[in-house]
Design a protein around this ligand. Structure first.
Ligand SMILES: [Zn+2]
Ligand SMILES: [Zn+2]
Length: 177
């Protein structure tokens, strides 16, 4: 039985990881485990942007793959970017096996609002399911409620569900993975 593995990248709130595991397991019907050895993200830090290069982290995550890995989801609290965008909530390798999500811009405090741990947990789950969806060859969906809808702001994340719409769900079985 293959595992969906969660890889903490840098210091990650243990509560976020603990809640994410069971929720993801439910979404993909795959057993889920946290990799005990975190990845230090400092090599991917760019001082001029004060952010971490998401694609470089994804590349490094390949070294954590083992025979038992189904997918590896990196979870981090640092702010991620790719050169063409000011930031990303996450990034995935289309078709797998690795994806990464950041909680940095999912917290209410980032926007100067009072903290809301439950909301932050929901947002992280949606982004996690979204990025894992990409590793399963799913592309962006036009249905704004579908978890595969693109999100460029937290308001968009809040509009969507943490589940795949029927069309996207059906795609999973076309891709044969
Ligand atoms: Zn996407
Ligand atoms: Zn969809």
């Amino acid at each position: 039985m293959k595992l969906l593995e969660l890889l903490p990248i840098g210091n990650v709130d243990g509560r976020l990881l603990m809640e994410l595991g069971p929720a993801i397991r439910e979404a993909f019907h795959m057993p889920c485990e946290v990799i005990p050895r975190p990845l230090d993200p400092e090599f991917a830090f760019y001082g001029e942007r004060q952010q971490y290069h998401s694609s470089e982290l994804l590349e490094r995550m390949q070294y954590f793959l083992s025979r038992g890995s189904w997918r590896i989801l990196g979870v981090t609290s640092v702010d991620l970017y790719i050169p063409i965008l000011t930031f990303v909530f996450g990034e995935a390798q289309m078709g797998g096996p690795c994806a990464i999500v950041s909680a940095h811009r999912l917290s209410q405090s980032f926007y100067g609002l009072p903290p809301d741990a439950e909301l932050e947990g929901h947002r992280l789950l949606k982004e996690a399911v979204h990025e894992i969806g990409h590793t399963l060859n799913l592309t962006h969906c036009d249905d704004y409620r579908c978890v595969m809808a693109p999100s460029h702001a937290v308001e968009w994340i809040d509009l969507k569900e943490s589940t795949l719409c029927p069309a996207c769900y059906g795609q999973l079985f076309v891709s044969g993975d």
